[in-house]
Ligand binder design. Structure first.
Ligand code: URP
Ligand code: ZN
Ligand code: ZN
Length: 459
């Protein structure tokens, strides 16, 4: 049976036109006006609504052993929340600790997602050690269709790689023709600054940002860019948070380094005053790189508008308040991360497109098309075109609501964006032609999501 999305305003990264979209066998088979409706076709009335390509979150954590606990998340809940919010595919970080075997980890992550995710998914393979086995293991993982790496310059002794390991990872990535994503903070400086602050009795969440100041992120970004340049690799800076890091990343781009820049939802909407709130209220807003001084927010928005910041992810990484309180005596023990997979599209639409002057095509590009292009998913994902997967978001721009933990679908017990107004919400969300969410509810089949096997994407 076919599905017809009828009479919506179809908005892609490049075009905007009224029309119908016909879907057969999971893919878009025709786009036009007044398309004929074969008997048995299910019709979705999209009149008065926008129709976007399914949004892609390029940076999420679901299964994540981290900081002495596990992210409060699972694939069934995260994917349902993602779909309700208009995200139809995500790329999860598969992150072994330095002690764990890369290939075993990769299979564990795959098993966790398989049959449980309601939307499609892929992985960035975390490279957290580089030893004699690494090249063969990573080559096997890339052959399996996981064609991007993730490295951490921070989190010393847990996920963090040293410069030698970064060099070898980037060299291998260049040889395999794949992109390497990186968390860019200087691990040594973070560790030393944390100890200094704690020794001065500065233990609350408000000291998290001073322990990882903007210069520490700028140094990590500079070093990553330099290593990318010297190895001929392609790099992607994840969750860039501040003007000094942006400046050095743009400087590298301008001298021809193949470097791409992502920022994430919290850095566009929240500043460090949220993390400076007393007790657990502050802890809810601890992530790394930290929420920054508010002077950075317009800089990030402007960079997004102009395309210097190319993509917007969430860095979805939920820990509940009980877990956050593990850091009640020392901010260094607060599990880092803020959830957001359900809210990215609505918040970026509201504060970007509706209220902030973000061009609607740039919005689609940053949240869907560009992640698809950079990570080898385009044109299967990230656009509305004949032959593409029928991942579509029929978007109701007249909806008005507020973000609240009381009404969210994620399993965490708080929402870092509590009380934020939204002006718009997905009305119908499809994954390969199946209606999976409607008007704030998951209505589809759990577990139908597929692993997206990708080809190497860098030339
Ligand atoms: O605070 C964060 N960002 N938590 C998740 C792990 C990471 O660094 O991406
Ligand atoms: Zn990170
Ligand atoms: Zn992350």
């Amino acid at each position: 049976m076919g599905l017809l999305i009828k009479g919506g305003e179809i908005v892609t990264a490049e075009t905007r036109q009224k029309g119908d979209i016909f879907i057969e066998n999971e893919t878009i088979s025709a786009i036009g006006s007044g398309l004929a409706v074969p008997p048995g076709t299910e019709v979705v009335d999209a009149a008065g609504k926008l129709v976007f390509p399914g949004f892609i979150d390029p940076h999420v954590h679901i299964h994540l052993p981290f900081m002495g606990t596990f992210a409060k998340e699972n694939h069934a809940a995260a994917s349902a929340a993602a779909l309700i919010g208009g995200t139809t595919s995500f790329i999860e970080m598969a992150c072994p600790s330095r002690k764990e075997d890369a290939l075993e980890t990769y299979h564990i992550w795959k098993q966790k997602a398989e049959g449980n995710s309601a939307c499609d998914y892929a992985f960035h393979m975390g490279v957290t050690r580089y030893d004699a086995k690494t090249e063969a293991q990573l080559t096997e993982i890339v052959k399996d269709g996981t064609t991007s790496f993730k490295i951490f310059l921070s989190y010393k002794n847990f996920f963090g790689v040293d410069d030698e390991e970064m060099f070898h990872t980037l060299k291998l990535a260049a040889k395999l023709g794949i992109i390497t994503t990186a968390h860019c903070e200087n691990a040594e400086l973070v560790g030393q600054l944390q100890q200094l602050l704690l020794a001065e009795g500065k233990t609350g969440p408000e000291w998290h940002e001073p322990s990882r100041p903007e210069a520490v992120e700028a140094e990590g970004t500079t070093r990553f860019a330099t290593f990318v340049e010297q190895t001929g690799a392609t790099g992607y800076v994840v969750h860039l948070s501040c003007a000094p890091a942006l400046r050095v990343a743009v400087d590298a781009k301008m001298r021809g380094v193949k470097l791409h820049i992502e920022s994430v939802l919290p850095h566009f909407l929240l500043d460090k005053s949220y993390a400076e709130r007393a007790g657990v209220e502050g802890m809810k807003h601890i992530m790394s790189p930290p929420l920054r001084d508010k002077r950075n927010l317009p800089v990030l928005w402007n960079a997004l508008k102009s395309g210097l910041i190319e993509t917007v992810g969430t860095d979805h990484c939920p820990f509940d308040t009980e877990q956050k309180l593990m850091g009640a005596k020392a901010f260094t023990q607060i599990p880092n991360g803020i959830p957001g997979i359900e809210d990215r599209v609505n918040l970026m639409y509201t504060y970007g497109v509706k209220r902030g002057g973000l061009d609607i095509h740039r919005f689609v590009d940053a949240l869907s098309t560009r992640p698809a292009r950079l990570f080898g998913l385009f044109p299967r994902k990230g656009t509305i075109a004949a032959g593409a997967d029928a991942d579509l978001v029929v978007y109701d721009t007249k909806y008005r609501g507020k973000i609240s933990a009381a009404t969210q679908h994620g399993i965490n017990n708080y929402n870092g964006f509590e009380g934020f107004e939204i002006e718009g919400r997905p009305s119908v969300v499809t994954v390969r032609g199946k209606v999976q969410a409607r008007d704030g509810n998951f209505v589809g089949k759990p577990g139908i999501g597929r692993l997206l096997r990708r080809e190497p994407q860098c030339n």
